[in-house]
Write a protein that binds this ligand. Structure first.
Ligand code: HEM
Length: 475
């Protein structure tokens, strides 16, 4: 019999007539020890928290030679992310090292002057005022995607996370590159990113052994090929735009125009490529996992799904929802907000201190790490009623939500640049697909949430889909 060195915490999930306790790992009752911590973090970065971490507070824990301050109160999250933003703007060495080959100095991992000068540029490209224009692409791509679901037999099972990643990758690819990008080139970019992401490891031993910058990562031929493929396609599109071709209104078009308007920014082709690659990476997996969890939750809470269908029918009648409806789809929005509370796609936000600092009573050394965890603060039992229950209504009827206790898009100057894009996209895709299809999760299947690059179900989510009868507002 194989020796098991590590057993993940069991998953708790509970379903009743009118309540659903969403799946989550049982909190630990005793500290895991060093081997448990290392093996546990390889399995998932959200499984190893003690019971007391699920209430607000400040605490520290040690990983090899490093002490990490867990910042888990709204007040101190504000201190780190807003008040002392400049001291804590640096992402963790593991994140920087893991992504630098693909994204270069792209916004997600840049810092200092580069971040400061590029942030307004990228934020402008995905600004909420532009969402209506991109919304047409979101809808068209989702409707075309839905045609594919028509072909499934009602008993034909498939994996939902990959299906949602296909949908959101197509949306972001079309909004960044425009519709002129051929299918083959689009496939190369999507596959290149998928290959790269699979190989990303979120543990950099070098940092934990004392190197402030972490150790450089060795990249094998498969990863190098994936990077070359992505860079090649993106540079090709940029060069076409610089030569006066390419689709107007795409994100690359906007980046190139901005370069022409603001030469002082010194944006060369590599800088443009890095920002386009960043938008692609930051902008699709997050939305894909959000949609997957939303379908999982709805499948287990049919009374919410029924109310959603009624809302969609009331606002949209017999047609597909569009981006202009999103504002009025209050319950659909609340379902996405509650999904993001229970399953924040980026569940941990580590930050490295530029200089020594003090958070509450805890000293943080220069180069030390503070950890902000949307996963924990959004389930803190002293801040949320029934923290593990799926209750979208907590976001409705003008509910007041504490900005620093609900941070799925982070908070402060480094808040997600694509917040409005991502939120609208998730609401719209969910509303279009839910209206057309009943999505059933395999009976008896229990998803185990794990944190890899994003928060996903360990073995995916096996589902079947069936077309709803025309205008049937029944789950
Ligand atoms: C549900 C969808 C999304 C979620 C939950 C999400 C979440 C986040 C979070 C938590 C961060 C900060 C990460 C950190 O501080 O370590 C971030 C950053 C970022 N996101 Fe999103 N995101 C989503 C969708 C998008 C989309 C659709 C785009 C672009 C179209 C986008 C572009 C970005 C960019 C460029 C950054 C870096 C911002 C900076 O550092 O200044 N995101 N996102």
């Amino acid at each position: 019999m194989a020796l098991r060195l590590y057993t993940p915490a069991p998953v708790i999930e509970e379903q009743g007539e009118d309540f659903f306790v969403a799946p989550h790992p049982r909190p630990l009752s005793a500290p895991p020890g060093i081997l448990g911590m290392i093996l546990g973090s390889r399995h998932s970065l959200i499984g190893g928290w003690m019971d007391e971490s699920y209430e607000s507070g400040l605490t520290t824990f040690k990983v090899l030679t490093r002490e990490v301050v867990l910042v888990n109160t709204p007040e101190h999250i504000k201190y780190v992310m807003v008040t002392r933003h400049q001291n804590f703007e640096r992402k963790s060495p593991q994140m920087r090292r893991a992504l630098e080959v693909l994204l270069g100095d792209g916004l997600f991992i840049s810092e200092g002057e580069t971040w400061k000068s590029r942030r307004p540029l990228v934020a402008d490209i995905v600004h909420k005022n532009r969402v209506p224009a991109f919304g047409r692409t979101m809808k068209d791509v989702t409707v075309a995607f839905a045609q594919g679901w028509e072909n499934y037999r009602a008993d034909e099972e498939f994996e939902l996370t990959s299906a949602m990643a296909e949908l959101t990758a197509e949306i972001i690819s079309r909004t960044i590159f425009g519709h002129d990008l051929g299918t083959e080139a689009a496939r190369q970019v999507i596959d290149g990113f998928a290959t790269y992401q699979k190989s990303v490891d979120n543990f950099n031993l070098g940092y934990w052994l004392g190197s402030d910058e972490g150790w450089p990562i060795l990249h094998g031929p498969v990863k190098k090929r994936a990077v070359a493929m992505v860079h090649g396609v993106v540079e090709g599109v940029i060069n076409a735009h610089l030569a006066g071709a390419g689709e107007e209104g795409s994100m690359i078009d906007l980046l190139v125009k901005r370069r022409q308007k603001s030469p002082e920014l010194g944006l060369d082709v590599t800088a443009l490529r890095n920002e386009a690659a960043t938008l692609f990476m930051a902008g699709h997996e997050t939305t894909a996992t959000t949609l997957t969890w939303a379908f999982y939750l709805l499948a287990r809470a049919p009374w919410i799904e029924k109310a959603m269908l009624e809302e969609i029918a009331q606002i949209c009648g017999d047609r597909d929802p569009t981006i202009d409806d999103v504002e009025q789809l209050e319950l659909c929005r609340a379902v996405i907000q509650e999904t993001l509370r229970l399953y924040p796609p980026v569940p941990l936000l580590p930050r490295q201190a530029r200089e020594a600092d003090k958070v509450g009573d805890f000293e943080v050394k220069k180069g030390g790490m503070v950890m902000i965890a949307p996963w924990l603060i959004q389930r803190a039992r002293d801040l949320w009623d029934d923290p593990n229950h799926f209750k979208p209504q907590r976001f409705m009827n003008g509910a007041r939500i504490n900005t620093f206790a609900y941070i799925p898009f982070a908070v402060g100057p480094r808040v997600c640049a694509g917040l409005n894009f991502g939120l609208s996209e998730a609401i719209l895709c969910l509303a279009i697909l839910v209206r057309r299809f009943k999505v059933k999760v395999r009976p008896g299947y229990r998803a185990e949430p794990v944190c890899r690059l994003t928060l996903r179900a360990l073995d995916g989510v096996p589902v079947t889909v069936s077309r709803r009868a025309e205008s049937a507002a029944t789950p």
